[in-house]
Design a protein around this ligand. Structure first.
Ligand code: AMP
Ligand code: MG
Length: 420
């Protein structure tokens, strides 16, 4: 409610902090978490904190790319159907073993795909180009040196950077590091984010509300958003509008926290608990941002760790997370690209909003023959959580625009991947 009561006072935008300024302030107040050596399975999705340099050639032995015969190219340079060359079969080169025989002049060794090349051989004749006659193999065409041989160092040379610092470890990187013998890379760990919901009216989603009670949705919105950003949400539950309970809950969780997020209690109502707890002590700044939804915000440090006091309305929570929390979590994760991707889209309907604020309108972005279109998913109210669920983007109607008309272009921040 308090969120709403002030919208009108601030329609002009006077006295409000611009969105970019608020975001920059927060971004400059956080830094990547200290680096840590972790097993590959935990490193997945994390950002590498130092270059990984190959300490050997990859592959480190030459092997066959075909099932066939390892031979000397000079022996078969004159081979033809009319004048086949016959070579004596002297052994079998197998996968995972040192070849037991070498290949001398007019000799051949059977070889399997992936098996090391026996000394003396310099080319592979595939099995389909060879005819076995007891102890000998008959070959009817020449093969140049190196054919079907995977040479040493073909993939990576000793001293080359295998994976660069700053790279996020995805599936290919995990495989590469495993293969190269780096099972414990040094990464920026995932921040553990303590999430709590404030409000006397709140009950867990498992309970049946009495009149006026509200099921806590924000904790779950934030849970998903933190997870999706690559960090670890820790749900600390519902806190009544009670300063002591809030402080106690934070104290209990502080030991495992890299950051805190609370929702609700940052407006000017007398029960606004986050403000009451931290305003005077100066740990947190409380300010109003020139945005809709999400105007009242709190940010600062508790026990040296970043704390976001987000407003309580469910849509404000989602938007504030996207605008102020997610980029900062990305920075803590060591990511260099901290912003969501954006596209320019054409509005299919008029969108109006407060002229003095940057409005984040929930839209469905779709790709048509003439580029991207953006269709609003519902009303402006910051309590209308279903409008977020139907959307895949936030259209940004700039300060100074009262109505962005249908047909006009807007920038849209995309918060889902195109597969979703
Ligand atoms: P507040 O900022 O605490 O005044 O909350 C603003 C509005 O958001 C009120 O209508 C609250 O009931 C609602 N609200 C606050 N926290 C939550 C929550 N965790 N889940 C759902 N609604 C909430
Ligand atoms: Mg409240």
């Amino acid at each position: 409610m308090a969120d709403h009561a002030h919208v009108h006072d601030h329609d002009s935008g006077e006295g409000l902090v611009p969105v970019e300024e608020a975001r920059d302030r927060i971004l400059s107040a956080v830094s990547p978490l200290g680096s840590l050596q972790v097993p590959l399975t935990e490193a997945y999705g994390c950002v590498l904190a130092q270059d990984v340099v190959a300490d050997h050639d990859m592959p480190d032995f030459a092997s066959s790319a075909m099932d066939g015969f390892a031979v000397r190219s000079s022996d078969i340079s004159g081979a033809s159907p009319e004048q086949p060359v016959e070579l004596k079969i002297v052994g079998r080169a197998m996968i995972g073993r040192r070849p037991e025989s070498t290949v001398g002049g007019h000799e051949a060794s059977r070889i399997a795909t992936g098996a090391p090349i026996p000394a003396g051989a310099d080319t592979i004749v595939p099995v389909e180009n060879a005819e076995v006659l007891g102890e000998v193999v008959r070959i009817i065409e020449p093969a140049p040196e190196g054919r079907h041989i995977r040479p040493v160092g073909e993939d990576v040379r000793t001293g080359a950077v295998l994976v660069e610092q700053g790279r996020r470890l995805g599936a290919p990187e995990l495989g590469l590091l495993a293969n190269a013998g780096f099972p414990h890379p040094v990464v920026h760990p995932r921040p553990r984010v303590i999430v709590l919901s404030t409000g006397d009216e709140l009950i867990p989603p498992t309970e049946q509300p009495e009149f006026g009670q509200v099921r806590d949705s924000n904790a779950y919105t934030i849970f998903g958003a933190v997870r999706e950003a690559g960090a670890i949400p820790v749900l600390a539950g519902i806190v009544k509008d009670d300063v002591d309970q809030l402080k106690e809950t934070l104290l209990v969780h502080e030991i495992q926290a890299d950051a805190f997020i609370s929702t609700g209690g940052v407006s000017v109502g007398e029960r606004d608990v986050v403000k009451a707890a931290f305003f005077r002590r100066g740990d947190l700044d409380f300010y109003k941002v020139a945005m809709q939804p999400g105007m009242p915000q709190g940010f600062g440090r508790i026990e040296g760790k970043p704390y976001w006091g987000l407003p309580g309305n469910p849509v404000s929570v989602f938007v504030s997370f996207e605008v102020f929390v997610r980029p900062a979590l990305m920075k803590m994760l060591g990511r260099s690209q901290v912003r969501r991707p954006e596209v320019t889209a054409v509005l299919t309907q008029d969108v109006s909003g407060p002229v003095g604020k940057l409005q984040f309108a929930r839209v469905v972005v779709a790709r048509g023959a003439d580029g991207w279109s953006a269709t609003p998913t519902g009303g402006r109210g910051s309590n209308l959580i279903s409008t977020v669920s139907r959307a895949n983007g936030l259209a940004m109607i700039p300060v100074g625009t009262e109505t962005a008309p249908a047909g006009s272009q807007v920038r849209v921040m995309l918060f889902r991947s195109s597969e979703d």
